[in-house]
Ligand binder design. Structure first.
Ligand SMILES: [Zn+2]
Ligand SMILES: [Zn+2]
Length: 453
């Protein structure tokens, strides 16, 4: 019944931390996690020690990438850095996947499952305002314009973390009971022209073929949590994210004589209100929530002219594929029938580059929760879902996936007041990188160990 949550608003990936004592203690987070799986036990102290030994290297990679951020599908320098490092470690490396992506595999000395690990590489068109010696001064072309570029979502950290994981796991390759497949992904933040890139394109270009992974793990640095926080949740953790446009057509007339035309502004306004009642009246709110926001509404040129048309755009956030499809269908019906009633027409167009909800496989999450609870320096917490979106969702649709959130606000600072991801003042406490390296390393080795007969 009444569980107590601590909700926190957030802009980019608005995580609402949910410290639910009942769930946390009774279901997923026992106070003393079970012992390390037998086959992983000898590797456990090695991961602790070797991740610490390369911590400065990981920080240096992150600073270098931070100073040289690259936008979606332009991550050439980052990809080259990654590929050179992986080749040196003995990985089998495939470059140029989905434009700039890198897919690399390393077979352990013992037989076992294939585990995929993902890091996104792209930066954002944001002008950095953090006072750091390695702050970005980079510029690039984006949508036909020159823009400032910044790693304002922590993807620089994700790349450095996965390079670190590669080094830690390669160092224990002979004892590793399975194969690791690393996915360095471009264009998570979408492409300017609506082109489909990122994880979906990597999948269509064979990222999950030969060998096909059994599971996929990923993480995201989040300023909404303090360093040490490892946020996880079974089921949907991030929202499906769909951009849409609505075109309403009426007929122009003088503002003093509306009966002489068809007013698309009144029709458009009714559509906006109709959209809001889809969620409040037509979907089962106990299943999953959803958000439908009309963010632009443009019409008209003059105060006394009823214009010909209205153009709107907005975003839909959902957590369940069936609900996503249902709401999309109802939006189309609401728009066209409302317009018809007013004598006009309306069409809803959903962009093809929408993201599906990111859903953590419930069984995999339950299986791996003890690994998260054992991470040295970490504090695993159940979190509530966020309305942010991620294209990790498509990897997690292809095979069971687990996506975790890594707190990156320095200890002692109020994470609720930290600058959110995507802010020009977004700041990453570099101590969180070690937590990230350990999280992915332990998840990998523990999963492989649990698959041993
Ligand atoms: Zn982002
Ligand atoms: Zn991101």
């Amino acid at each position: 019944m009444p569980h107590r949550f601590r909700p926190r608003a957030h802009l980019c990936l608005p995580v609402v931390l949910a410290v639910c004592a009942l769930c946390a203690t009774a279901q997923v987070a026992p106070s003393a996690p079970p012992p390390v799986p037998a086959a992983a036990a000898p590797l456990y102290p090695l991961i602790t020690e070797r991740s610490k030994a390369i911590e400065q290297k990981v920080i240096d990679w992150r600073r270098d990438i931070h100073q040289h951020p690259e936008l979606g599908n332009q991550e050439k320098r980052t990809a080259a850095l990654v590929a050179a490092h992986l080749k040196k470690l003995g990985f089998d490396v495939r470059e140029g996947v989905a434009v700039t992506g890198v897919v690399a595999t390393l077979k352990g000395g013992k037989p076992g499952p294939v585990v995929a690990l993902r890091a996104d590489m792209d930066a954002l068109p944001v002008k950095e305002q953090v006072d750091l010696p390695f702050a970005s001064k980079a510029k690039a072309m984006w949508d036909g314009k020159e823009v400032d570029v910044m790693h304002a979502c922590g993807h620089d950290g994700h790349v450095a973390i996965l390079m670190g994981v590669a080094e830690v796991l390669a160092s224990m390759k002979d004892q590793m009971p399975g194969t690791i497949k690393l996915l360095f992904q471009p264009a998570e933040e979408k492409l300017p022209n609506g082109e489909i890139g990122g994880s979906r394109r990597m999948l269509t270009e064979g990222a999950f073929n030969a060998p096909k992974p059994e599971v996929v793990f990923g993480l995201h640095l989040m300023s909404v949590g303090n360093t040490g926080m490892i946020g996880y949740k079974p089921g949907p953790i991030l929202a499906g994210s769909d951009a849409f446009k609505v075109d309403v057509k009426g007929r122009q007339t003088h503002g003093s004589q509306p009966w002489g035309g068809i007013d698309p502004i009144v029709i458009g306004s009714q559509i906006v209100m109709g959209f809001q009642t889809i969620e409040s009246r037509q979907v089962n709110v106990t299943k999953e929530p959803s958000v439908l926001t009309v963010g632009t509404f443009n019409a008209g040129t003059r105060y006394n002219i009823i214009p010909d048309e209205v153009k709107m755009s907005g975003t839909l956030r959902t957590y369940d594929e069936d609900m996503r499809k249902f709401i999309m269908k109802r939006m189309e019906e609401t728009a066209s029938l409302t317009a018809q009633a007013g004598g006009g027409t309306a069409h809803v167009h959903f962009e093809a580059d929408g993201y599906a909800p990111t859903v953590n496989d419930a069984a995999l999450t339950e299986k791996m929760a003890p690994s998260l609870q054992r991470i040295p320096g970490g504090k695993a917490e159940l979190v509530q879902k966020s309305t942010g979106g991620e294209d990790f969702s498509f990897f997690a649709q292809a095979v069971p996936g687990l996506f975790v959130l890594i707190g990156s606000t320095p200890p002692g600072k109020d994470a609720a007041k930290a600058e959110p991801n995507h802010s020009p003042r977004f700041f990453v406490d570099e101590a969180s990188l070690l937590i990230g390296v350990r999280t992915l390393s332990h998840l990998t080795v523990d999963y492989m160990a649990m698959a041993q007969k």
